[in-house]
Design a protein around this ligand. Structure first.
Ligand SMILES: [Zn+2]
Length: 263
């Protein structure tokens, strides 16, 4: 049989709130048979096709029941008209608060996911190069170390040895301070390619003999202070340093040739 449900709201302002129309069919023994569901907006009509001894029609907004027509048969009218009416207002409010709660839960989950992302992006201390220290070291080098070196050269030219010695001491102290700050900034640390952490270490080193050969070298003779050519025996080794990052567990290998020489 064809069975249609028409929606004509009597209470205005909810025409785009979808209503679910559910048809439950029963056989001769009134055992449940089939279940059909369709959504309907104000002004629309939905049609169901089924064969049943008896059937119930129920309208819902969300999980909430608006209206029910129980125990209909094929002998009843084949079209049923309903609409949201004033007495449904409570049910609609319950549904709206369900929707609001679901939205709030969704927003809460989204916020939590966002916070987790922010936490993941927050860097580990070992991944950060202290740019402030780099700047301080550069400024000290520019405004104290360089002028002290330059000043000591000038003082030497002017035969002011006392000033020269003082400026050399200033330059040495400045050099040590600049070096210390630059090193502690982490600028020149060995770093992981993947995460930029300086928690890297060599966990294994392979050394493979490559070959021995002799080569000419231009060297200064310590006694005569003259340059001369000398035959030197050299040995090459293939070195493989295996690194790993303790922060992200990334591993990599650095290969190079190490040469030792013997006279
Ligand atoms: Zn890493």
């Amino acid at each position: 049989m064809h069975f249609s449900v028409k929606r004509r709201d009597k209470l205005q302002g909810h025409s785009d709130l979808p209503v679910t129309v559910k048809v439950q069919t029963y056989d001769e023994d009134l055992a449940e048979e089939d279940e059909f569901e369709k959504q309907i907006l104000d002004g629309e009509i939905v049609t169901f096709e089924f064969d049943a001894h008896e059937f119930d029609v129920t309208c819902f907004v969300g999980e909430w029941q608006l209206d029910v027509w129980p125990s209909l048969t094929a002998d009843d009218k084949d079209t049923l008209t309903f609409g949201i009416k004033k007495s449904n207002i409570d049910v609609i409010r319950y549904h709206e608060s369900d929707v609001k709660a679901a939205l709030e839960t969704k927003q809460k989950l989204e916020r939590e996911a966002e916070q987790q992302q922010v936490a993941a992006l927050k860097q580990h201390a070992s991944q950060i190069i202290d740019r402030k220290k780099v700047t301080i070291a550069a400024l000290l080098a520019l405004f104290i170390l360089a002028p002290a070196v330059f000043g000591s050269l000038m003082a030497h030219d002017q035969h002011n040895e006392a000033l020269r010695n003082f400026l050399i001491v200033v330059a040495l102290v400045a050099f040590c301070v600049v070096g210390y700050i630059a090193i502690s900034s982490g600028l020149h640390d060995n770093r992981c390619d993947k995460c930029n952490s300086n928690l890297v270490r060599i966990f294994k080193t392979d050394e493979k003999f490559r070959g021995t050969y002799s080569s000419q070298e231009h060297v200064m003779d310590r006694n005569t202070r003259e340059m001369s050519w000398r035959q030197v025996v050299k040995t090459d080794f293939d070195i493989s340093d295996y690194y790993c990052c303790d922060l992200c567990k990334h591993q990599w290998t650095n290969r190079y040739i190490r040469t030792t020489s013997a006279n």
